[in-house]
Design a protein around this ligand. Structure first.
Ligand code: ZN
Length: 102
């Protein structure tokens, strides 16, 4: 459920919003399953991989979840967005309810 309509603005077709909990700029990315994931608006460079060392998660512009790490020495595999629940100081409330009420 998206409850950010009162703070949402659209820039180049991207749903921009402000997290009501911490005030950070976020965007809503539509996943292949037609859900919307709140993600940090800024892009980060990541290095993708599937071993337990890759314990971070990013979402690309297609809404695909990528297992990755931000701690790498090689060239990055690309740039993507961090799910906002990973960075929001109030993310405990996301996990408790299982919903993204931003
Ligand atoms: Zn937040």
């Amino acid at each position: 459920m998206i409850r950010a309509a009162d703070t949402a603005i659209t820039i180049r077709g991207v749903n921009m919003a402000i997290c009501k909990k911490c005030g950070a700029p976020i965007i809503w990315i539509q996943t292949p399953a037609n859900r919307y994931m709140p993600c940090d608006a800024g892009l980060v460079e990541y290095h993708a991989g599937s071993t337990p060392d890759f314990e971070d998660t990013v979402i690309n512009d297609k809404g695909e979840v990528i297992q990755c790490t931000f701690d790498f020495q090689c060239d990055p595999d690309g740039k993507a967005h961090i799910p906002h629940w990973a960075t929001c100081p109030f993310s405990d409330s996301f996990r408790r309810t299982g919903q993204y009420e931003l």
